[in-house]
Design a binder for this molecule. Sequence first.
Ligand code: PLP
Ligand code: COI
Length: 353
Amino acid sequence: MKHPNPTSADERAKRMLDPGFGKVFTDHMVTIRWSEGQGWHDAQIGPRQPFQIDPAASVLHYAQEIFEGMKAYRSGNAVTLFRPLENSARFARSAERLAMPVLPDDLFIAAVEALVRTDVDWIPEQEGATLYLRPFMFANESFLGVRAATEYMFCVIASPAGAYFKGGAKPVKLWVSDDYTRAAPGGTGAAKCGGNYAASLVAQQQAVAKGCDQVVFLDAAEHRWVEELGGMNMFFVFDDNTLRTPPLGTILPGITRESILTLAAEQGLKVEQAPYDIDSWKADAASGRLKEAFACGTAAVVAAVGEIRWNGGEQLVGGGVEGPVTTALRDELTGIQRGSRDDRHNWRHTIAL
Ligand code: PLP
Ligand code: COI
């Protein structure tokens, strides 16, 4: 059902002028329910509106919730998604880890496509801006016993978005947390569940207090190996033309990460998924062996890292400026996403309007 009273074109244009990240929302949302016995049912597209949620809904107590982040791009008359089946597959893996029902790929894709089609006027035109899409699912059975719920709500909302970081393309500063870790072996680090982010917020507050943009989380066992940031994966560029990123396991398997591994190999870099310890990062940044570092993710795209700070020290990375490998990889990735570069891997998914 279309919104009976949608945002006017003037008001929409005003809100989309400088949307920031995650603050402006479109008029519609998709919902699909799941319950034991009935399975997936009651798929709807309708006005974006608050949920009525029982105070005993299990998500409010035990945090059974997962989500995805993806973007819709406008290129000429076409509207595209980037590797949406990868998001669907990861959503399914997150669901399995959180003991939630798996939404079939065709329903996931149809839900996202339907929302983009309905709210197509909300896809920003300006350079660097996109329509950010947030599929998510939560347990909404009213029950306080601790077990997997028997009722769930899947939903997709959309948000016109500009740069994730307030500084735009300025290299970001990272705070190395030695108090907090994000994930442990056997935990939920590889799942995109709300609880991972809840647990990261106190470290993020410390980072902001130290003048930084994001937290670098180290591994839980040794507090030594670089894992990832609160909401992005990490890459390192060395003076011998090597590009290194931490291996999978306790980190989120980023779709941007995987795409960059492919593109970097095509650009002639020696690509490795290998552990990197924080003391080497500090020393290599100081010696110049580490030429560049960057963070990547759907929301942040590719963000150069200009500095790391920790309890008792700080160190510029790459002289504090963005390096050429970071720029080349971002240009290639965003070029493919926006349709100005050859889509050799069939990563673009066109939505029929
Ligand atoms: N790591 C974390 C913790 C994230 O939240 C994200 C963002 O989704 C990523 C990495 C990057 O993943 P992707 O490239 O699939 O957006
Ligand atoms: C994304 O990149 O889509 C995320 O979910 C990460 C978060 C920083 C917004």
